[in-house]
Design a protein around this ligand. Structure first.
Ligand SMILES: Nc1nc2c(ncn2[C@@H]2O[C@H](COP(=O)(O)OP(=O)(O)O)[C@@H](O)[C@H]2O)c(=O)[nH]1
Ligand SMILES: [Mg+2]
Length: 279
């Protein structure tokens, strides 16, 4: 897994490994090419300048600090409820499948297909459920997505299932429609859990780099996202954008998606991530 992770980071690490022996100006260029963005690049350069010691060591420390955003603690009665949102194609369904496969090693998991907008969304999720060996509550196109979620959580409670993973739609007629629908799903969840989903995850395609921030802000403000998963981290050269993304949104990165397969996910740990970047 670690090797796969390093391979997935290879484009970004080609950049970051060039910091060895580099001057401050060269480090600035490297950070900007990795899409760290001007604001955080300036901030990092200022701090490592003050440090006066080894530039690369100081840089690593700054990156780890900037990536260390506290993760919401889940301390609730079962089932744990996880909702996954994001724009079309950002990797929601694949991520739900990956998380299901990860959790089912120790827990009983059920998936809710709350994407009732796209053709064959339920069939696609059913295939993943079979691969991950977890249960699923399917839906029909056009069905009330919030009702599907209600049924799934009720079933999970009745059968003592540990986790509910909710896959949602990425596109409706307008962005307002989408936020309205996600808001309805969230509201149904509050019937079981007044504070909303225990993990309210936004998937972001890492290839979008900093361009994803504005879009992510809409989800964060409107439906109370509390954690991020950056998908398609394999092969992106914009991996440095993870810094502005999580800091501008003030949200922790929980996992990284590193491929299309069911096992292609790694839990995000700032130190491991930064070490791998510089290999
Ligand atoms: N390379 C790569 N592809 C991914 C990753 N996650 C998702 N994908 C691909 O992105 C496309 C859209 O994924 P999907 O889960 O259907 O997105 P959704 O519309 O948000 O549900 C599919 O072709 C996936 O195989 C990832 O981590 N790496
Ligand atoms: Mg989907």
């Amino acid at each position: 897994m670690l090797n796969k992770f390093k391979r997935a980071l290879s484009k970004a690490s080609q950049l970051f490994s060039r910091t060895k022996g580099a001057s401050t100006e060269e480090i600035e260029d490297i950070l900007l090419s990795a899409d760290v963005g001007i604001k955080y690049t300036q901030e990092i350069l200022q701090r490592i300048g003050e440090d006066g010691g080894d530039l690369v060591a100081a840089l690593k420390k700054e990156l780890v600090d900037l990536l260390s955003i506290s993760i919401p603690r889940i301390d609730v009665e079962k089932p744990i409820i996880i909702m996954v949102s994001g724009v079309n194609g950002s990797g929601k369904t694949t991520t739900v499948a990956k998380l299901a496969s990860l959790y089912q090693q120790r827990e009983r998991v059920v998936l809710a297909c709350a994407d009732t907008y796209r053709d064959a969304a339920s069939e696609q999720l059913e295939i993943w459920a079979r691969r991950a060996k977890v249960e699923i509550v399917t839906s029909q196109k056009g069905q009330d997505a919030a009702a599907v979620v209600f049924d799934t959580i009720s079933r999970a409670q009745a059968k003592s299932i540990d986790r509910v993973l909710v896959d949602t739609a990425g596109r409706l007629h307008t962005r307002g429609d989408l936020m309205g629908e996600l808001g309805k799903i969230r509201k149904v969840i509050t019937k079981f859990r007044p504070t909303g989903p225990d993990l309210n995850i936004l998937t972001i395609d890492a290839n979008l780099g900093q361009n994803s921030i504005q879009q992510a802000r809409v989800f964060t403000e409107q439906i109370g996202i509390n954690g991020l998963i950056l998908t398609k981290f394999d092969g992106t050269s914009k991996g440095g954008a993870i810094i502005p993304i999580c800091n501008e949104l003030n949200l922790p990165v929980l996992y990284l998606g590193i491929g299309e397969g069911i096992d292609d996910i790694v839990e995000f740990d700032p130190t491991t991530f930064v070490e791998a970047l510089f290999e």
